[in-house]
Design a protein around this ligand. Structure first.
Ligand code: 4G4
Length: 246
């Protein structure tokens, strides 16, 4: 997978060279090319923004700057994604679809008050938001996008890690996990995990996942397929909670 990032702040992406994404880039599983849109300014002061027609506060990135940046990297197969508070919310399902179906993604990072609408209409295939809040620029959302999509590329992280986590496969949140020491500040690791009894461990983890999802994100349970005995367990949990407030 190749990402081209159209940004006015390429330095912000330096931190991505650390850790797992950095390793994926070194291993040629992933390519991240940063395009400094300021390089496409024709102006001697390297100006990239201008005031808004009709008046109002702030500045917009000029359309020709964005368009020339885009033309420098676009190919037959590229998909252009604009990170914006007005976009469709990024979900794990969308992340998996992008990882599966795209080979070249161009990420457009807005700044100031945004970008001239004409170039957005001309080049953007999809507008994506990472959540309902406003940031000063699209760079952090672009990094979020690259990070979560890259996890699904072959070889970036282990298949087991991708399959076991929250939201994948079963739609439940993750069960609690423990490492040594067996007793920490008087707190013991749950006995079943030390037993080595794999069936019991799987059953315990599944129940803990259901419990934690019920307590933290009950709305997620609506989309989860539960067995009859799991439904019974959930009913018991509900009753326990109700009785606590009596
Ligand atoms: C486009 C238009 C994305 C981009 C306006 C970008 C939040 C998100 C930006 C702006 C962003 C998100 C400056 C408001 C950059 N903020 N939720 N800011 N603004 O994904």
């Amino acid at each position: 997978m190749k990402f081209d990032v159209l940004t006015l702040f390429p330095e912000m992406f330096e931190s991505m060279k650390q850790s797992i994404i950095g390793r994926a880039i070194e291993n040629n599983l992933l390519e991240v090319n940063l395009v400094n849109m300021r390089d496409f300014s024709k102006d001697k002061h390297k100006k990239v923004d201008d005031t808004v027609y009709g008046g109002g506060a702030g500045m917009l990135i000029k359309p020709d700057i964005v368009y020339d940046s885009y033309k420098s990297v676009k190919t037959e197969k590229s998909k252009v994604i604009y990170l914006s508070p007005q976009g469709k919310i990024l979900t794990q399902k969308k992340v998996i679809d992008f990882a599966k179906n795209e080979q070249h993604i161009i990420l457009l990072c807005g700044h100031y008050e945004g970008i001239d609408q004409r170039v957005i209409d001309k080049i953007v295939d999809e507008e994506i938001s990472i959540g309902d809040y406003v940031l000063t620029g699209g760079e952090i959302p672009a990094m979020v996008f690259i990070d979560c999509v890259s996890r699904y590329l072959d070889g970036v992280i282990s298949k087991e890690s991708v399959e076991e986590e929250s939201f994948s496969e079963n739609g439940l949140l993750e069960y609690p996990q423990y490492t040594r020491p067996e007793i920490f500040e008087g707190l013991k690791v749950p006995e079943v995990l030390i037993s080595g009894h794999h069936k019991n461990i799987d059953d315990w983890r599944r129940k803990e996942s259901i419990k934690i999802t019920y307590l933290k994100r009950p709305e997620l349970l609506q989309k989860v397929k539960l067995t009859d005995s799991e439904k019974k367990y959930l009913k018991e949990l509900e009753n326990t909670i109700k009785n606590l407030s009596n």
